[in-house]
Design a protein around this ligand. Structure first.
Ligand SMILES: Cc1cc2nc3c(=O)[nH]c(=O)nc-3n(C[C@H](O)[C@H](O)[C@H](O)COP(=O)(O)OP(=O)(O)OC[C@H]3O[C@@H](n4cnc5c(N)ncnc54)[C@H](O)[C@@H]3O)c2cc1C
Length: 443
């Protein structure tokens, strides 16, 4: 007897893996429909995976896994309306390159560009900047393959309730097939990075968010130092026509920085008690850097060291207090933390399950090297976030359930009504979706 082994799939962080019945890479919408219909007939669950850059088991399944790495084309660029229509599997890096060639850009993105557009949309991926909303807010229309095999078109004008749910769905409604995004004329960013006293940045957080287009900082636990990043739109040209200051800068920014950081993590792995000392050395070596380049090249960094991350969205006005509470908690517990704490800001939006729904938002992210245990630290941070009415990033680690999340989302029930309508049997659910959204019939 031949026993067919199931394929194995693991997320980027290496924290979660699963053994789906199959992993298919369709190249057309018809092929997606055929996979969904075949699974429906056999009563199997289906999950789509983007680039696997979520830190949770959100993309895991024991059913059929669909990868969209062959379904990643730009379908139409309209320079007049500044919109682009793409297949859902395109990555933000691929999309940004295609837009740049057409003199366009995305209004804002996160700090990497490896995600697929559909993965980024599904989890409410965001960048920083108090006047800028998340990537889901840049979507103006979408098509989705439903459990019935039907292809649904939605936008603010057509099926508006469904559209608000599709804009951030955790992949729980169907297979996003094509996405139309609102773009802006291509722009350059002047980026200034410099070390500062963390308390000074906290005191001036509101002012720094107001005067910069995209402000954020990374605080190093066990030190008083944070690296502040102020990114501002500029008419200045990028050096030598658009390469981020050439190969030398790439070696310095990407290779050396990532490898030095990797070495620090390995040293920390060798002896945890070295962490505070390593953090102080890191803080001392941080320096001022100024660069100008195409927006996506400034926003999207390379991340070569793998880690686990939790991130919470808080009402903007509570961010500074919450960061101070995390500082006090690390002091009190004696946790040894070798990764920085990241603090950002974003504009509010009106998308049902967006972490920035209905309130100006700040984000606090905590990280640990992926070889270290994350749970004790993340649980302490989560307790602080709970006290500030925090909403966890859907693609990052957290310990919430549907019962604890429901009161934090005013549009929870309208979203669930759409979910019941589009996926009445829970075909696009998995154990993560069951935990955070609940059973489709009662969620
Ligand atoms: C190094 C790193 C940096 C990051 N930086 C940021 C950041 O700056 N800001 C931020 O907000 N987040 C950030 N994230 C988180 C990341 O943006 C999200 O987790 C995002 O969802 C990952 O996209 P993905 O394509 O890998 O999706 P996956 O993780 O593969 O999938 C995420 C969800 O999307 C669903 N999905 C994907 N495609 C489809 C589709 N076509 N139809 C239906 N459902 C679909 C999946 O089923 C799953 O539920 C970062 C993650 C990493 C690893």
């Amino acid at each position: 007897m031949v026993i067919k082994r199931r394929p194995r799939w693991t997320n980027w962080a290496g924290i979660y893996s699963c053994r789906p019945l199959s992993i298919d890479s369709p190249a057309s919408e018809d092929e997606i429909v055929a996979i969904v219909l075949a699974a429906a007939e056999r009563g199997e669950r289906v999950k789509v995976v983007g680039s696997g850059h979520s830190f949770t088991d959100i993309a895991c399944t024991e059913g059929r896994l669909i990868k969209l790495d062959r379904y990643n084309k730009v379908l139409e660029v309209d320079r007049d309306t500044r919109t682009v229509r793409v297949q859902a599997g395109i990555t933000i890096l691929q999309l940004s390159a295609a837009l740049a060639a057409a003199g366009l850009a995305m209004e804002n993105i996160g700090d990497v560009g490896y995600q697929t557009i559909s993965g980024a949309i599904s989890t409410a991926t965001h960048g920083t900047g108090e006047r800028f909303r998340n990537i889901s807010s840049q979507v103006v229309a979408a098509t989705m393959v439903l459990a019935s095999g039907e292809v649904l078109h939605c936008s603010a004008a057509s099926e508006p309730e469904i559209f608000k749910a599709v804009q951030v769905s955790l992949g729980s409604l169907g297979v996003l097939s094509t996405v139309t995004l609102r773009c802006v004329p291509a722009y350059n960013i002047r980026s200034v990075q410099q070390p500062n006293k963390v308390e000074e940045l906290l005191d001036r957080f509101d002012e720094l968010c107001a005067v910069n287009d995209h402000f954020e900082f990374f605080w190093w636990p066990h030190t008083e130092v944070a690296q502040a990043i102020s990114n501002n739109r500029t008419l200045d040209p990028a050096p030598d026509n658009g390469r981020r200051a050439g190969f030398g800068a790439w070696v310095n920014d990407i290779l050396l920085e990532n490898h030095t950081f990797g070495l620090i993590q390995r040293a920390a792995q060798l002896r945890r008690s070295w962490i505070p000392h390593l953090a102080r050395i890191t803080a001392r070596t941080m320096s001022r850097k100024v660069m100008t380049d195409r927006s996506d090249r400034i926003f999207a960094n390379e991340r070569l060291v793998r880690f686990a991350e939790m991130e919470y969205a808080l009402p903007r006005g509570q961010i500074v207090e919450a960061v101070r509470e995390i500082r006090a908690m690390i002091q009190r517990t004696g946790f040894l933390i070798s990764f920085p704490v990241e603090v950002r800001a974003a504009a509010q939006d009106d998308i049902s399950l967006s972490t920035a729904y209905g309130r100006p938002t700040g984000y606090i992210a905590v990280h640990v090297f992926n070889k270290f245990e994350f749970e004790p630290y993340f649980r302490e941070v989560e307790a602080i976030m709970n006290a500030h009415d925090g909403r966890p990033h859907w693609g990052k680690l957290h310990f919430q359930t549907a019962a604890t999340l429901r009161p934090r989302y005013p549009m929870w029930y309208p979203f669930m009504a759409v979910r019941r309508r589009l996926d009445p049997t829970g075909m696009f659910s998995n154990s993560y979706i069951d935990r955070v959204l609940g059973d489709v019939k009662h969620g």
